[in-house]
Design a protein around this ligand. Structure first.
Ligand code: 3MF
Ligand code: MG
Length: 345
């Protein structure tokens, strides 16, 4: 039987303008329609959305107007042979989300965050999909004493339950990140995310999206985080990228900092037959600030190419020899085998 093919996805934010906290944009904005054209030409089938990527200015639209605009987006994608993957309520850029949304100290902001998340469910359903990504960006603290972590856990759970209640179809993939923009996030790892999901009103509809760099920032191995989620049947999307140690979130090209770590991530996905699940492989990578506008999609092409090369490397790995090393408890021989395999042509 032929192996299932991987499906790749990107979000419009992955073709960025090169702004960072120390300087303004260095490239012009890429129009949304041009992002879609780039996705097609680079061989990406899936498009990831923040709610307001799919429905610009949704705060000023009625629920029925929101659905109308999202339905038009659904048709636009279909005409181009593209598929929406998920919708993520973008709570972290709005003035109400300044102190986090679900865990804000302002009750009005918490109410807003839940309402906005429900609208994101409407957007997803109008796009013809059921997956909501919850990146709890500012759900945490920079001053530890400013929020109560027990209350915050309950508030996160309340938000999850509100999204699940909005539609019996809605599924949530929580995308944990331990820090940035906050100092300490309330849902820093996959274990936290899955625990919240298990305590929700419908645990079957709560899973995770794992971003490689986020696991690394938590001091964890991304492939082990993926394995933990896969064992529970909960890995519903990935944001593959790379991260050179504990510093700001770099969103580097997949494999750029740690090729062996990238190999291990592909290996765990292959061993669980992730491709056959139909879930997408997304790359949450950003173009370097120095990159010229005309080649500001190269990081996406490279990430996908590296992924596919690593699929070949995983499939040609000498598993029988590796098993002999493991049986003999000769882990030095296993180390050599892995390194020689990665170095071989
Ligand atoms: C965070 C995410 C995204 C985007 C972010 C870009 C769902 O890791 O995956 O949100 O990358 O919003 O600004
Ligand atoms: Mg991400």
């Amino acid at each position: 039987m032929a192996a299932a093919s991987y499906r790749f996805s990107i979000g419009p934010w992955n073709i960025g303008r090169g702004a960072d906290p120390f300087g303004p944009p260095v490239r012009p904005q890429v129009a949304f329609d041009d992002v879609l054209k780039a996705a097609v030409s680079l061989g990406f089938e899936g498009i990831q959305f923040h709610d307001d990527d799919a429905v610009p200015d949704l705060e000023n639209l009625s629920p029925s107007q929101i659905v109308h605009v999202a339905e038009a987006m659904r048709r636009k994608l279909a005409d181009m042979g593209l598929t929406p993957e998920f919708v993520a309520p973008r709570l972290w850029e709005h003035p109400h989300g300044i102190d986090g949304g679900y865990t804000s100290n302002d009750p009005a902001a918490r109410k807003w965050a839940i309402e906005r998340s429900k609208r994101a469910v409407d957007v997803a359903l109008a796009l013809g999909i059921d997956l909501i990504v919850m990146w709890p960006a500012r759900e945490g603290t920079s001053v530890r004493e400013s929020k109560n972590p027990i209350e915050a856990s309950q508030q996160m759970l309340d938000a999850i339950n509100a999204i699940l209640a909005e539609s019996p179809k809605a599924r949530i993939a929580i995308e944990p990140k331990p820090n940035e923009p906050v100092d300490h996030a309330f849902v820093p790892t996959i274990g936290h995310a899955l625990s919240l999901g298990a305590r929700s009103q419908d645990p079957r509809r709560v899973g995770v999206l794992i971003e490689s760099a986020h696991a690394i920032l938590a001091g964890l191995d991304p492939s082990d985080e993926m394995g933990f989620a896969l064992a529970a049947g909960k890995l519903w999307s990935v944001h593959l990228n790379d991260q050179n140690g504990l510093k700001f979130d770099q969103d580097k090209v997949f494999g750029a900092a740690n090729l062996r770590g990238a190999f291990d991530q592909v290996r765990v996905l292959e061993s669980a037959n992730y491709a056959a699940s139909g879930a997408f492989v997304g790359f949450d990578v950003k173009a370097q600030r120095t990159q010229k506008a005309e080649s500001a999609t190269a990081h996406l092409a490279t990430s996908k190419a590296v992924f596919l090369r690593l699929v070949e490397k995983v499939r040609s790995f000498p598993n029988a020899t590796a098993q002999q090393c493991i049986t003999a408890r000769d882990y030095e021989a296993l180390e050599r085998l892995v390194l020689e395999h990665l170095l071989s042509a």
